[in-house]
Design a protein around this ligand. Structure first.
Ligand code: G6P
Length: 608
C-alpha cells in the first residue's frame, strides 16, 4: 500500500510529483522517492523517512530539472524502510526506472532466475525484480517489454515506468492496485488516487486490470495486453481541491469529524423520497429483495465494526439473519453460504485486499455481492454485483470517522428497505424512522459542538495505560469502534467488552483509577449496564458514561456523563460515536501523537 504519481508535460515534473505525493502520504509514508528525466538521463533521489525529507533533499524539486517524472511514497512490505528499499528502482544501466504499489508474489523465483542471468540486486524489494525484468525483455519496444513482464509476474501492481530511450513518454499499468490517469493543457498525470492530481484536472480515467497507458505531454493512450487501443470515458470528479485539504482544521481527522453531518446527509438524502426508501443501486426489485434469506457482512477494521452495528439493526428491524465476519477470516474459513444468501462487503477505500478476496470468493460460489463502498471506481466497487456508495468524499486521516458514519447510515437504509419489503415495520414506524434519520445530521453537529467539554475530560487521560469500553447489544458494537479509535491514534491500550462478559475475566484488570467508558443507549438494558458500571466502580474504576438524554439514573453509577439526543434506538451509534471520536482525538493530540498518520498503520491496506 504505497502511493505512486507520475507526470509528463511542459511544466517541471518534480514539484508536481512532490505535490501529488503529499496528497498520497496517507497511503504510505516510511520513505519516498522520485525519478526525473532531465533531458539526458534519469536521476533518482530517494530517502527513508517522511516526504519532507525528499522535499528538503531536492529543494522542493528545484534540484531536479526535467518535464518527465515518477514518484512514490512507501509503506514497507518487502524489506524494511531504508534508502535502498525506497522506490523508484533502476535497472543496472539506470535507463529504466520503476515505481510500484502492490506485491509481486512470485518475486523470489523471478529474482533467482534473474540472478542466474547475471543481474545483481541493490534492494530487498519485490519491485526491483520488475526493473531488471523490464531490462531483460526490453529490445527497443517498451510496450513489448511491459507485456512480457506482465505475463510472468503474479500478484498486484500499479506501476509507473520511465525508459531513458523514450524521453517524452511515461508508461503505466495496473493489476489489482488502483491507478488513475488524467490530463490538462500542460500534460498528463498518473496517480494511485484522485487527490494527487485534483489540483491539475477533474477529468479522471480509471485504469482497469492489465491495461497499459502510454502518456505524453499531448495526450494519453490506453491499451490492453494485446496492444489494442481501449477507448475509455473520463469521469468528472465533483470533489474540489479544497475537499481534500485540511480546510483550516488542525488535523484531517478533526476536519473529517466535522464533515460527518454532511456525510450523513449526502448518504441518506438521495435514498429517501417522500415516505419511501429507494435504493436503486441494489439492482433488485422488492420481489427479489424478499427472496434474500440471509446476509453475510464482511469487512475489516472500522468497516467491520459498522457491520457489527449493521447486524443488530438488520436483525432487529428486518428480522433477517445476519452473520458478520472479518474479511481475513471469512476468506479462509470455507464459509457456509446457503441459497438465498447475499454477501455485503463494506469498505471505505474499496481496495482492502482481504475484503476484495472475500468478495471474489463469494462471487466464485455464485452468491450476489453488494458493496458498500466510498471510493467510486475502486476495485471493490467495480467487482461487486451492485454498489451502494457512501458519499463521504475523500478521507485522508488514517483513522476513519466520516466514512464510518456514512457506512452506519447506509446500513440503516438497507435495514429499513428490507424491513419495508419484508413487512416487519409498519408504514408509520418507517416514516418515524425516516424523520429520525433526517434529524441525525443536526444532532451530530450538536455533539461536535460540545468538543471543549470532551477535550477537558480527555486531557485528564493523556497518561492512561489501559482504557476499557463496555456496552451491551448495539452499545457493544460502538464500544468496539470507540476502543479502536483510541488505541490506533493515542497508542493507549484499550479493549472493548460486552458489558455482561466483564466478570468472566476482564474485571480482574480493573485497578484504582482505570477508565471505563460505558455506553448505554438502549432503554431495556439501562439497568443491566448500570449494574456492570457499579461492578467496575466498586473495584476502583473511573466510569465515563455515554447515554441518552433523560437517563439521569445513570449518574448514580457514573463519575462523568455525556448525554446524546434522543433518536430511534437502532440509530444511537451514529450519535454515541461522536464523543468517543472526540475523546480519542483529544487524548492523542494531548499526547503529541501524529493523529492523522499513526505509527505502523496505513489508510488503504492492499496487501493481506
Ligand atoms: C485500515 C484503516 C481502517 C479501515 C480498514 C478497512 O486498517 O486504517 O481505518 O477501517 O483498513 O479499510 P476499508 O477501506 O476497507 O474500509
Amino acid at each position: 500500500m504505497c502511493g505512486i504519481v507520475g507526470y509528463v508535460g511542459r511544466a517541471q515534473a518534480a514539484p508536481i510529483v512532490l505535490d501529488g505525493l503529499e496528497k498520497l502520504e496517507y497511503r504510505g509514508y516510511d520513505s519516498a522517492g522520485m525519478a526525473i528525466f532531465d533531458g539526458e538521463r534519469i536521476h533518482i533521489t530517494k530517502s527513508v523517512g517522511r516526504l519532507k525529507v525528499l522535499q528538503e533533499l531536492t529543494h522542493d524539486g528545484g534540484t531536479m530539472p526535467g518535464c518527465l517524472g515518477i514518484g512514490h511514497t512507501r509503506w514497507a512490505t518487502h524489506g524494511a524502510p531504508s534508502d535502498e528499499n525506497a522506490h523508484p528502482h533502476f535497472n543496472a544501466k539506470e535507463t529504466i526506472a520503476v515505481v510500484h504499489n502492490g506485491i509481486i508474489e512470485n518475486y523470489l523465483p523471478l529474482k533467482k532466475k534473474l540472478e542466474g542471468r547475471g543481474y545483481t540486486f541493490r534492494s530487498e524489494t519485490d519491485t526491483e525484480v520488475l526493473a531488471h525484468m523490464l531490462d531483460y525483455y526490453y529490445k527497443g519496444d517498451p510496450m513489448d517489454a511491459i507485456i512480457k513482464v506482465l505475463h510472468r509476474v503474479e500478484g498486484s501492481y500499479a506501476l509507473g515506468i520511465l525508459f531513458a530511450d523514450f524521453p517524452g513518454e511515461l508508461f503505466a499499468v495496473r493489476k489489482d492496485s488502483p491507478l488513475i490517469v488524467g490530463q490538462n493543457k500542460e500534460g498528463c498525470f498518473i496517480a494511485s488516487d484522485v487527490p494527487a492530481i485534483l489540483r491539475y484536472t477533474r477529468e479522471v480515467t480509471y485504469i482497469e486490470n492489465q491495461e497499459i497507458v502510454r502518456l505524453t505531454a499531448d495526450g494519453l493512450h490506453i491499451y490492453n495486453v494485446d496492444e489494442e487501443e481501449v477507448e475509455k470515458t473520463p469521469v468528472t470528479i465533483e470533489w474540489d481541491a479544497e475537499a481534500a485539504e485540511k480546510a483550516g482544521y488542525e488535523h484531517f481527522m478533526l476536519k473529517e469529524m466535522y464533515e460527518q453531518p454532511k456525510t450523513v446527509t449526502d448518504t441518506i438524502s438521495p435514498r429517501m423520497r417522500g415516505n419511501e426508501i429507494i435504493i436503486e443501486e441494489l439492482g433488485m426489485d422488492d420481489g427479489k429483495l424478499r427472496q434474500v434469506k440471509k446476509l453475510h457482512i464482511v469487512a475489516c477494521g472500522s468497516a467491520y465494526h459498522a457491520g457489527v452495528t449493521g447486524k443488530y439493526v438488520l436483525e432487529g428491524l428486518a428480522r433477517i439473519p445476519v452473520e458478520v465476519d472479518l474479511a481475513s477470516e471469512f476468506r479462509y474459513r470455507n464459509p457456509i453460504l446457503e441459497e438465498g444468501a447475499m454477501v455485503v462487503v463494506i469498505s471505505q477505500s474499496g481496495e482492502t485486499a482481504d475484503t476484495l478476496a472475500a468478495l471474489r470468493e463469494s462471487k466464485k460460489r455464485g452468491f450476489p455481492v453488494l458493496g458498500i463502498v466510498n471510493v467510486v471506481g475502486s476495485s471493490i466497487a467495480r467487482e461487486a454485483d451492485n454498489v451502494m456508495y457512501t458519499w463521504a468524499g475523500p478521507e485522508i486521516a488514517v483513522a476513519t470517522t466520516k466514512a464510518y458514519s456514512a457506512q452506519l447510515v447506509a446500513l440503516y437504509l438497507l435495514a429499513m428497505k428490507l424491513a419495508q419489503v419484508r413487512g416487519t415495520v409498519t408504514q408509520e414506524e418507517l416514516a418515524g424512522m425516516m424523520d429520525d434519520l433526517r434529524r441525525l445530521p443536526d444532532q451530530i453537529e450538536l455533539l461536535l459542538n460540545n468538543k471543549n467539554r470532551i477535550q477537558r475530560f480527555a486531557n485528564r487521560y493523556i497518561a492512561a495505560r489501559d482504557v476499557f469500553f463496555i456496552g451491551r447489544s448495539i452499545d457493544y458494537a460502538i464500544s468496539m469502534e470507540g476502543s479502536l479509535k483510541l488505541k490506533e491514534i493515542s497508542y493507549i491500550h484499550s479493549e472493548a467488552y460486552a458489558a455482561g462478559e466483564l466478570k468472566h475475566g476482564t474485571i480482574s484488570l480493573i485497578e484504582e483509577g482505570t477508565l471505563v467508558a460505558a455506553v448505554s443507549t438502549q432503554p431495556e438494558l439501562y439497568q443491566k449496564t448500570i449494574s456492570n458500571m457499579v461492578e467496575v466502580k466498586s473495584r476502583g474504576a473511573f466510569v465515563l458514561a455515554v447515554t441518552c438524554e433523560g437517563n439521569r439514573e445513570i449518574e448514580k453509577a457514573a463519575d462523568y456523563v455525556i448525554y446524546i439526543p434522543h433518536t430511534n434506538r437502532f440509530f444511537t451509534n451514529s450519535l454515541a460515536i461522536i464523543p468517543l471520536q472526540l475523546f480519542s482525538y483529544y487524548v492523542a493530540v494531548g499526547k503529541g501523537c501524529d493523529v492523522d498518520k499513526p505509527r505502523n498503520l496505513a489508510k488503504s491496506v492492499t496487501v493481506e
